[in-house]
Design a binder for this molecule. Sequence first.
Ligand SMILES: NC(=O)c1ccc[n+]([C@@H]2O[C@H](COP(=O)([O-])OP(=O)(O)OC[C@H]3O[C@@H](n4cnc5c(N)ncnc54)[C@H](O)[C@@H]3O)[C@@H](O)[C@H]2O)c1
Length: 301
Amino acid sequence: MLDGKVVLVTGAGGGIGRDFALAMAAAGAKVVVNDLGTSVKGEGKDAGPAQKVANEISAAGGKAVASTDSVAEWESANRIVQTALDTFGRIDVVVNNAGILRDRFFFNMSVEEWRAVIDVHLNGSFYVARAAATHFKNQQSGCYVHMTSTSGLVGNLGQANYSAAKLGIAGLSKSIALDMAKYHVRSNCISPFAWSRMIGSIPAETPDQQARVEKLKSMETAKIAPLAVYLASDAAKDVTGQIFAIRANEIFLMSQSRPLRSVHRAEGWTPETISQHAIPALRAQFYPLDRSQDVFSWDPL
Ligand SMILES: NC(=O)c1ccc[n+]([C@@H]2O[C@H](COP(=O)([O-])OP(=O)(O)OC[C@H]3O[C@@H](n4cnc5c(N)ncnc54)[C@H](O)[C@@H]3O)[C@@H](O)[C@H]2O)c1
């Protein structure tokens, strides 16, 4: 489905991104395998993972080049996009997948933990997308796939930095879809659930915990890739501005924020009438303090 296309996947040295790179190549794309080779927390770097995945693609008869620049700075993000142009002469698809975690309850979160996560996810997605945008505009075609998360779309404990970044990415994707529709450029989000090193630290000591972890392992990273390949392909030419969640064999179209209910008073509102009239009327549709696992409350299928 991707013959002749040049696809850049960030964070493709492992986890979900590695499966994206392999699947894109298997579908005929030439792939820039970008990965800084860092830890889950974003500490250290290693050129090995990106090169290893590029080698795997070449060994299978595909075309790939490794890139080990960070997405989290403007100059290095530009070098990643330039690698696609220098090696393959063009760029057609950007998959913003690189990511790190610095989980901490909000009241203890440091400025450094906040910045590190915003820099890789939200700023990194902007930098790489923006670096490619000039080429997409000039060639009047292009496609973005960004990774968001139900930690941002729904909520999660101890992830204020990550949730804010991931919900920001949903806004970024929608804005790109709006601003670039006239240039035939599309932008969509995937909100994955997958057993990668990112969620692999869940304790598995008691039999109950072991049973839960076994079920979570059925959320294979490779199960996310077909959706990314589809979104990158011309078969998805009229699909833009959407958010898809995917978990093992389930695919969900996620809602986007719209008014649920309204109240009106011809003479306007006072704090007292808001308390006595507006809030009782609106309360029926208040959202509970849900976390992702409260909304996705059944086992992966
Ligand atoms: N696994 C899940 O269930 C899940 C859920 C929701 C969202 N996501 C998102 O999916 C994406 C992939 O996650 P994963 O689970 O495969 O994690 P992962 O840790 O296995 O992969 C992330 C990759 O990004 C690379 N990376 C980190 N910082 C980088 C930087 N500055 N520049 C370039 N590369 C960098 C890492 O080296 C790593 O190989 C992330 O954006 C993550 O937030 C994952």
